[in-house]
Design a protein around this ligand. Structure first.
Ligand code: FRU
Length: 473
């Protein structure tokens, strides 16, 4: 199955892998490499995993295949940060053996960090795979040992083979975990279990389940309390597009409700809403630190081209966002420490119609919009490559992100406070935060050279723009 399994010594395999990564890094073509988003050093990544705050540091792991820039036997890549903005690369945390290391989460217990992940094994009976839950422990936050008693959780109430992406947390003296699964007639669902030692688990209840129109599989569930409500966040597969909604291949969104730890009942109060309205946002996951709830997601999507794969890598993680709930919606704001990346001020004032500005590859733009006037901003590579238009029409009142050729995402916006658009551009991504974060778009764009911005609106726009500093290796 994997390089690690072909060597009889797991530790030896880890050393070989790190040497391989350091060597292979030299061949990376930097043209689309993010300057302030986490991306794999080489090879492929998908979901962020094990997002946690441990001993004063944030940790992000991710689904990782180092040997090619396409999906392959899953490892866990690893980065850490003290402020969610400046990241350092750490050695690969988990290597596949007879099990691939699918998505999962982490808990911090004093000096110990514990990972819980799905071990996916091949079998020779239909459906030719088995998914069960595994543990790994670390005393230093860098080196992880798989638990010798793995797997610790093997069965769903209906024996569904789809049983993955555990999100574990502690409440009181108990651990809880939710796991993505489906009914026998292919409706996505999320299962809740409880344990007092992480090793033996008791099934509690079905926390949520599609009634038929919410997809065939719920991947990467998360569950947390936020501003007095409970949120079931997940990545459903199989939603049909409805007008402007659900235009991506798979979706990410959440249900707000209430929950009671005595009855284990989650009562939905607000129906499913998309978390982010961009093209490339999946497998979102959260963590809590110092009373704040942060979210990251895979800034990409399954079954779409990855133009960077010929450069030796593929995939990246969104900017971490701080969450709150206002008017039954999750607001997402870029983490505060992102302000520390501001370098030179490039623009500060009125930008007239057809005026053009050029920037580096990492840019923050603040556009003060007057909701009664049209906005039409073109962002593109200085040397060609990807183009994206951001628009607002006072008649339609939708924020529009247009990658050309009708590749549009749009949503109605009624600001609850600020009217400013905060736009983060990196070497292959754009994140647009509208107002207080009630509407956010995350999409990949592939400009060449730095960025060039043209005001195609009929009037001036008030713009402030900064080049940003690099914060990832
Ligand atoms: C979501 C997902 C997970 C799975 C992982 C495999 O993107 O399909 O359900 O654990 O990716 O890499």
């Amino acid at each position: 199955l994997s390089y690690a399994a072909s060597l009889n010594n797991y530790e030896e395999a880890k050393i070989h892998l790190e040497e391989y990564i350091q060597n292979k890094k030299k061949d990376i073509n930097p043209r689309y490499r993010p300057l302030y988003h986490v991306a794999p050093p080489v090879g492929w990544m998908n979901d962020p995993n094990g997002f946690t705050y441990h001993n004063g540091e944030f940790h992000i792991f991710y689904q990782y295949y180092p040997y090619d820039s396409v999906w392959g036997p899953m490892h866990w890549g690893h980065s850490s940060s003290s402020d969610l903005v400046n990241w350092k690369e750490l050695p690969t945390a988990l290597l596949p053996e007879e099990e691939q290391c699918f998505s999962g989460s982490a808990v911090s217990e004093g000096d110990q960090m514990i990972l819980m992940y799905t071990g996916r094994r091949s079998t020779n009976v239909e459906p030719l795979f088995n998914e069960s839950q595994y543990l790994a422990f670390s005393d230093d936050g860098v080196n992880f040992q798989k638990y010798e008693g793995n797997p610790v959780l093997t069965e769903t109430p209906n024996n569904s083979p789809d049983f993955r992406d555990p999100k574990v947390w502690k409440y009181g003296n108990d651990y809880y975990v939710i796991i993505g699964s489906k009914t026998l007639d292919n409706r996505g669902r999320v299962l809740l279990y409880k344990s007092n030692d992480l090793k033996s688990w008791e099934f509690l209840t079905i926390l949520g389940e599609s009634e038929g129109d919410m997809g065939y599989m719920w991947e990467c569930p998360d569950f947390f309390e936020l501003d007095g409500k409970f949120v079931l966040l997940m990545s459903p597969q199989g939603l049909e597009p409805q007008g402007d909604r659900y235009k991506n291949i798979y979706q990410n969104g959440y249900i707000i409700g209430s929950f009671n730890y005595d009855t284990n009942e989650f009562v939905p109060e607000v129906p499913f809403q998309e978390t982010d309205y961009g093209h490339d946002f999946y497998a979102a996951t959260t963590t809590e630190a110092n009373g704040k709830r942060y979210l990251v997601a895979w800034l990409s999507m399954w079954e779409v081209p990855h133009p960077e794969d010929t450069d030796g890598w593929a995939g990246q993680i969104t900017l971490p966002r701080e969450l709150s709930i206002v008017n039954n919606r999750i607001l997402m704001k870029p983490v505060e420490a992102i302000d520390n990346l501001r370098d030179s001020v490039e623009v500060d004032g009125d930008v007239g119609p057809n005026e053009v500005y050029v920037f580096g590859k990492a840019v923050e733009l603040l556009v003060d919009s007057d909701l009664e006037q049209k906005v039409d901003l073109l962002l593109e590579g200085r040397d060609g490559g990807g183009k994206v238009w951001l628009r607002w029409d006072p008649e339609v009142r939708k924020v529009v992100l247009d990658r050309g050729s009708d590749d549009i995402r749009q949503v109605e916006w009624s600001p609850i406070g600020s009217h400013t658009w905060r736009i983060f551009l990196d070497a292959s991504s754009l994140e647009l935060f509208c107002g207080e974060g009630e509407v956010v778009f995350s999409s990949r764009v592939f400009p060449l050279g730095g960025w060039k911005v043209t005001n195609h609106s009929p009037q001036s726009l008030r713009i402030k723009a900064f080049n940003l500093k690099r914060s990832v290796p």
